[in-house]
Design a protein around this ligand. Structure first.
Ligand SMILES: [Zn+2]
Length: 272
């Protein structure tokens, strides 16, 4: 009887162990890894950050698309006094530690943990790596979102919201302050050209007359590698299809000719 009990106990333990080890380590959208589990034991920071990560990201994207190409063209270095300098975005370091490996795979560059969605990785950054944010020196990039037309970028294509003259005036003022601090006109011809450019690109549109449009000076021109590869692939597929059709038709013709010859030969042979 004791032996049976011992064996039963072993069997239950074995079942439990295999069950636990076969379960995937998935919770709130992330796939666990060994490195991550070690990190889970560490204490998370208790920072309260009042700066929108999403809006900071949009502001950064706008700067990258509508300003940086023109600044690079002038070979101008933005100083740290400028609010658009990368060091003035508290999320910059975290955002640079994001890798989008696959459609449904986002990886944390600090601990290599992977997630299904970007928002889960954002949550992970907030929970686990908020101690890495440079909160003393950095400023919130989302604060200049109004001046940079973040809402226009978010709602592009949809109906325009009502214009508030007071808000437009406030945003114009912030916009001009950014132009002054980032591209001081007394710092040479490149700075003055960029100052002028910035006013046209971002500040002119802050009015309710509806004349000036944001980003009137254009954006970074990029060739989409994906589309090039896809079109080459399509052309190759078409060529292969037509080649196959051609060979198939030729094969059919040959076959019918052969059949005709065979039947003709058969008819000739019959009388003899
Ligand atoms: Zn991490």
């Amino acid at each position: 009887m004791n032996k049976i009990l011992v064996w039963f106990h072993r069997f239950v333990v074995f079942l439990l162990l295999t069950r636990v080890s076969s379960l995937p380590h998935i919770d709130d959208g992330h796939v666990d890894s060994d490195a991550a589990r070690i990190l889970d034991q560490e204490q998370s920071g208790d920072h309260q950050i009042h700066c929108s990560r999403e809006r900071s990201r949009i502001a950064w994207k706008i700067v990258q698309e509508y300003l940086t190409p023109f600044v690079e063209k002038e070979k101008y270095n933005i100083s740290r006094r400028c609010r658009l300098h990368p060091d003035n975005d508290i999320y910059r370091d975290q955002e640079q530690h994001k890798s989008h490996i696959d459609i449904n795979e986002w990886q944390c560059g600090y601990c290599k943990k992977t997630f299904y969605e970007e928002k889960h990785l954002d949550q992970h950054f907030d929970n686990r790596h908020s101690n890495l944010l440079n909160l003393k020196e950095s400023r919130c990039l989302a604060d200049v979102c109004g001046a940079l037309h973040c809402d226009h970028e978010i709602n592009s294509g949809s109906k325009k919201s009502k214009c508030n003259p007071a808000a437009a005036a406030r945003n114009k003022h912030i916009c001009e302050t950014i132009a002054d601090s980032c591209f001081p006109v007394n710092e040479g011809p490149a700075a003055s050209r960029l100052h002028e450019f910035f006013l046209h690109q971002f500040c002119d549109a802050h009015s309710c007359t509806g004349r000036g449009k944001p980003f009137s000076r254009g954006r970074r021109k990029k060739t989409n590698v994906f589309y090039i590869v896809a079109s080459i692939f399509l052309v190759m597929l078409l060529v292969l299809f037509y080649l196959y059709m051609y060979l198939y038709q030729r094969g059919l013709k040959k076959e019918s000719q052969m059949l005709r010859r065979v039947s003709q030969a058969g008819r000739k042979k019959k009388p003899s």
